[in-house]
Design a protein around this ligand. Sequence first.
Ligand code: ADP
Length: 494
Amino acid sequence: AAAAEEPITPPVQINYTKLLINGQFVNSASGKTFPTLDPRTGDVIAHVAEGDVEDVNRAVSAARKAFDEGPWPKMTAYERSRILLRFADLVEKHSDELAALETWDNGKTYEQAAKGELPLFVRLFHYYAGWADKIHGLTVPADGPYHVQTLHEPIGVAGQIVPWNFPLIMFAWKVGPALACGNTIVLKTAEQTPLTALYVAKLFHEAGLPPGVLNIVSGFGPTVGAAIASHMDVDKLAFTGSTATGKVVLQLAAKSNLKSVTLELGGKSPFIVCEDADVDKAVELAHSALFFNQGQCCCAGSRTFVHEHIYDEFLEKSKARAMRRIVGDPFKSGVEQGPQIDAVQFEKILRYIRSGIESKATLECGGGRLGSKGFYIQPTVFSNVQDDMLIAQDEIFGPVQSILKFNDLRDVIKRANATQYGLAAGVFTNNVDTANTLSRALRAGTVWVNCFDVFDAAIPFGGYKMSGIGREKGIYSLSNYLQVKAVVTPLKNP
Ligand code: ADP
């Protein structure tokens, strides 16, 4: 309802809107800019330099030079670690402004950005700084008189393409491990949310990052993104976004230089509430598993499976909880849900809601836009959802909860696994055997048992099936950014 009020003025200035190439903020070669919008109103926040192929070429040359000649991979690992730590500390110092900028550009609540995402961003860089000087190879016992060792080397120039739903967190998941391992980077932010990456990049250089190590080319997917994915001098590609675009960039990588690719893509994650669960706790967790970040999470618990014995109670309480959800200006304290990111997503979500109604799911609450300005959508709950409905199959990426009924564990395992996706799953039960059975049977990169959305820096994250290739965060993320070289030397006097 607060959507109708005058938007609160964000407590931050916009200072960085140009491309970052070789340590300098520069205009794009074409001189073009694009607007980034305030999701609360649809008004322009700022005009940002719009990159294209030529800018990507410049950025890749800078990254190449910084890798081949530059100080970065030749520095001691400890020196690199110190820069990552200094950077994290600077971000911590500026985290109020950064949280405000993230909220302004994205529409997420300021409380979530300030209390959740900025501290996690700092933690992620502290975590990766800790790895920088602990990366090393092995000595290998071989048959025959050889001394064999492996060297773990950086891959080279990493191209990184990130989405708009968690601009800073995605930056950290990608940039942290790449730099800890000694690579250099050309990063493309999402066209909806270019601002915070430029701000933190400025802080990175204050922290001592040499020029050319991190380059940022803002702009659009088919131009900047495609140029990075198909560049002959980019050695590795990391992408987070939709499954459809993931397939495109994987093809571009294959057609160009076979750069290795990691993908973190879409999901349609099941959240399974067993009959022994504490209903009130399960309702709250299932609610936040779906509605967190306006429902704009690749791992959103977007299929809530509920055992038939507790279904009616669960449904009533979930509906009541959704109706209590506080939607409004994300800068206002106490607000739980801000606007969706843009008109495209807003319209797409409303289309899915119409599809749910047409396919005869029961609309329990919500179902429409909120207010007349910006991209606010009412928290929406569907019950009586069937597996073959579009709303149970497609990623909606919005505040739309689909509740499905089940009666038997074997059956729910089959149904939970019956999508093209396999990113995450939630399991809610007090029975350890049920928890074990489900967590082993679910084909998903993460299973959260009696919790959800736990994003610790050390916990790996990634997808089965069409939810992606590879893992980010944790020790597993390092292998995305390292080559292994075997060095074999004959032993003279074994
Ligand atoms: P979403 O639908 O959530 O915007 P996308 O997969 O389209 O997801 O976007 C994720 C990122 O991929 C964004 O930075 C976007 O600009 C980029 N992107 C979109 N299309 C392409 C493409 N053809 N090639 C490379 N990158 C792309």
